[in-house]
Design a protein around this ligand. Structure first.
Ligand code: NAP
Length: 507
């Protein structure tokens, strides 16, 4: 089933033999070339013209079919996933289930059709007949993330939300799990064929060169981008998109240190706290976008039992391998350089793994911005502070984050409230008395946040609201019924819940 070739217009396309970048078992993988990228964009544009006319229920059927295909190839997908990523079976099973569950939540959304936000104001003596609906923006490029080969890659939230919106999708597979990416894309392309949809609905491009992503983004037929990965990659793609003659949106999720703030009385309250925090720091070998990389602890010195306990749990735990050698190298290089940033920083390194924990007082951190950057991997920095005022001085130094977490006792409610009001402009999700890892796929989830966590803080990349990245509003004024999209027709043939003259209902 694995051929090492890109797939465009429902077909494998052959590449120059000199352009191989990867080998999986006996199969060589080849870079997509410019002709293939052009072909994918031509096909995606044609597919979009048909997809945008479909009812949400038709797209739901495609998503159902994708689930059937993925489930029928589950053993091979998981075996390949584990071999390429080195993640254990439990993680593979969990991520597969999450990917399927994610698709199901979009099917439910499409069945209701409310995401179209159809609104109608009938004509009055002083105003015209106005009808508004959300429509898909066009062909989207999705960049698979290395750290989630399933849930944030070929069939991940970006692809599924874009398809659900009615956009065609060109997937740029991540080169470090190219075989998994191809298997998953093949399942989706078969689902497109079985659903009798346009063959350009999904294309899958292989490669390990920036050329592919850059060529895609500069191409006038591309209308939007979903990305999860490094700050340098996301920002480079965003900048390219803004320099186009016609700029397009790039929804890049680029990472975060997810600060956790623990108040004094809470330190002695939760006996499981050190273990919960250590688990959260080390989850996925620290390669989740929500691992806490900065933990502020209200303690004057590092002799507090929680601080000692947390350090020892982090450096004594076993940690799985890193997902690919570039991430390991980047992690090791950054850890090696840590001590040069501040003589006040104490660094504790594990003898059994690459896990590392730093400790510093907040006043020694405030002017060392390099220490507040993400180090992607099993590392966290414990920052000791003495009183809320000292913590508040740090806030202007913190950048946009995916999450912020505050842990406090009921008796510390005033301090909790002061901190939460001071930080809520900084993060997409604020948690109380928990840990930031674990992102539920629900309509109420925000997995986003102010720059540099993402390039657009108004949207989420997880949960059903992720669909709004790929939709734009359009208003029809005094439009004849026959020319209206079905969602806005007078007889409401799709039986959608619509807002008519200010009242929501199926009318
Ligand atoms: P990455 O280097 O950003 O690559 C992600 C994808 O973007 C790849 O397909 C890559 O394609 C493409 N890409 C990157 N830079 C590009 C550019 N300038 N122009 C065009 N395409 C570009 O991410 P990664 O390989 O997954 O991991 C590297 C680092 O990213 C990690 O060390 C970590 O710091 C960070 N990361 C963050 C998150 C997060 O949750 N936000 C997730 C994963 C990784 P090519 O390689 O083919 O060029």
């Amino acid at each position: 089933m694995i051929q090492g070739l890109s797939q465009v217009g429902g077909q494998y396309v052959s590449s120059s033999p000199s352009k191989s970048f990867y080998q999986w078992k006996n199969t060589l993988f080849f870079e997509a070339d410019s002709n293939q990228i052009n072909h994918a964009l031509d096909q995606a544009e044609l597919a979009y013209a048909t997809l945008k006319m479909l009812a949400p229920s038709d797209i739901a059927q495609l998503l159902e079919c994708i689930i059937v295909e993925l489930e029928s190839h589950q053993p091979l997908i998981l075996e390949t996933y584990q071999a390429e990523s080195h993640f254990p079976k439990g993680r593979a099973d969990g991520e597969f289930a999450r990917t399927i569950g994610q698709i199901r939540t979009f099917i439910k959304l499409l069945e209701k059709g409310q995401h179209l936000q159809a609104k109608i104001d009938d004509a009055t003596e002083i105003s015209p007949d106005l009808r508004k609906v959300l429509m898909p923006i066009g062909p989207i490029a999705v960049f698979g993330a290395s750290n989630f080969p399933l849930a944030f890659s070929a069939a991940g939230g970006d692809t599924i939300s874009a398809l659900a919106a009615g956009c065609s999708v060109i997937i740029k597979g991540h080169p470090y799990h190219a075989a998994t990416s191809e298997l998953v894309a093949t399942c989706m392309i078969q689902a497109v064929e079985k659903s009798k949809l346009h063959c350009g609905t999904i294309s899958h491009l292989h490669g390990s060169s920036h050329h592919i992503g850059q060529y895609l983004i500069k191409h006038p037929k591309l209308k939007g981008v979903g990305f999860t990965g490094s700050f340098s990659g996301g920002k480079a793609l965003y900048d390219l998109a803004q320099k186009r003659t016609v700029p397009i949106p790039v929804f890049a999720e680029m990472g975060s240190v997810n600060p956790v703030i623990i108040l004094k009385e809470y330190l002695d309250t939760d006996k499981e706290l050190a273990q919960k925090l250590a688990d959260s720091v080390l989850l996925g070998s620290g390669q989740f976008c929500t691992n806490p990389g900065l933990i502020f602890i209200e303690s004057k010195d590092d002799n507090h039992p929680l601080v000692r306990d947390l350090i020892s749990r982090i450096i004594q735990s076993e940690v799985g391998p890193m997902v690919h050698e570039n991430i390991l190298k980047s992690y090791t290089d950054q850890i090696t350089q840590l001590s040069k940033y501040s003589p006040q920083l104490k660094v504790y390194q594990s003898n059994v793994s690459c896990a590392t924990c730093g400790v510093i007082k907040i006043n020694d951190l405030i002017d060392v911005s390099s220490l507040t950057h993400e180090i992607f991997g099993p590392y966290t920095l414990l920052v000791l502070f003495d009183g809320v005022d000292e913590f508040l001085k740090m806030i202007p130094k913190l950048k946009g984050q995916l999450t912020m977490t505050i842990l406090g006792n009921p008796s510390e409610v005033k301090k909790v409230s002061e901190i939460s009001q001071a930080v809520n402009h900084l993060a997409g999700r604020i948690l109380f008395n928990g840990v930031p890892t674990g992102v539920a796929v629900q309509s109420t989830m925000t997995h986003g946040g102010p720059f540099p966590a993402t390039t657009d803080s108004r949207f989420t990349s997880v949960g059903t609201d992720a669909i709004y990245r790929w939709l734009r509003p359009i208003t029809f004024q005094d439009c004849p019924d026959a020319l209206l999209p079905d969602a806005l027709k007078r007889m409401n043939p799709l039986k959608l819940t619509r807002e008519v003259n200010g009242t929501w209902g199926i009318h």
